[in-house]
Design a protein around this ligand. Structure first.
Ligand SMILES: CC(C)(COP(=O)(O)OP(=O)(O)OC[C@H]1O[C@@H](n2cnc3c(N)ncnc32)[C@H](O)[C@@H]1OP(=O)(O)O)[C@@H](O)C(=O)NCCC(=O)NCCS
Length: 141
């Protein structure tokens, strides 16, 4: 047996993850039911062009905002809030009890989410890029 640790080419591990997806999540979280994971892109378009988008990941009755971005020249017009509201509708539809998002602590993004009903669950000191990260959440039920 010769063990090799390598950086795989894109796609080379896809079949491995597909085959073992349920096993690794089940073992990690001690959670045996089938784990449905899905992602949704919600877009805001003006005259057919995307001016803002939100990427939402749903798994195990939790929704997580992976990314949200509104083009700078389109900000302040309610687009960010509308994208978040739509993502919460989707989360609700899939029976999520909570939406979470990680942002830099004491940042404009945190103020944006706080204004949309999100609360700070925890602050992880020097977590990402050595910056404090705020874990925010909103309960839907
Ligand atoms: C955060 C972001 C998505 C907001 O988008 P937006 O379209 O300008 O937001 P909205 O116009 O819907 O604003 C909704 C509310 O949040 C407030 N808000 C928006 N940006 C804010 C900021 N930087 N600081 C404080 N409040 C803010 C608005 O005043 C508004 O409140 P109101 O309804 O009481 O007037 C946008 O600034 C952005 O893309 N930022 C860079 C990326 C980022 O931080 N993404 C979020 C983390 S993933």
């Amino acid at each position: 047996m010769s063990l090799e640790i390598a950086v795989a080419k894109p796609g080379d591990a896809t079949a491995f993850w597909k085959a073992n997806d349920r096993a690794w999540r089940g073992e990690l979280w001690a959670f045996k039911v089938i784990w449905h994971e899905q992602t949704h892109d919600i877009t805001a378009t003006i005259d057919g062009a995307i001016v803002g988008a939100l990427n939402l990941r749903i798994a195990a009755s939790l929704a997580h905002v992976e990314a949200l971005y509104v083009l700078p020249e389109r900000r302040g017009n309610g687009i960010g809030r509308a994208l978040v509201a739509r993502s919460e509708e989707i989360a609700n539809y899939y029976n999520c009890h909570k939406v979470s998002v990680a942002v830099m602590n004491a940042s404009p993004a945190q103020r944006f989410f706080t204004g949309s009903g999100y609360h700070t669950e925890a602050v992880l000191p020097q977590h990402t890029f050595k910056l404090d990260v705020a874990m925010l959440r909103k309960f839907l039920l």
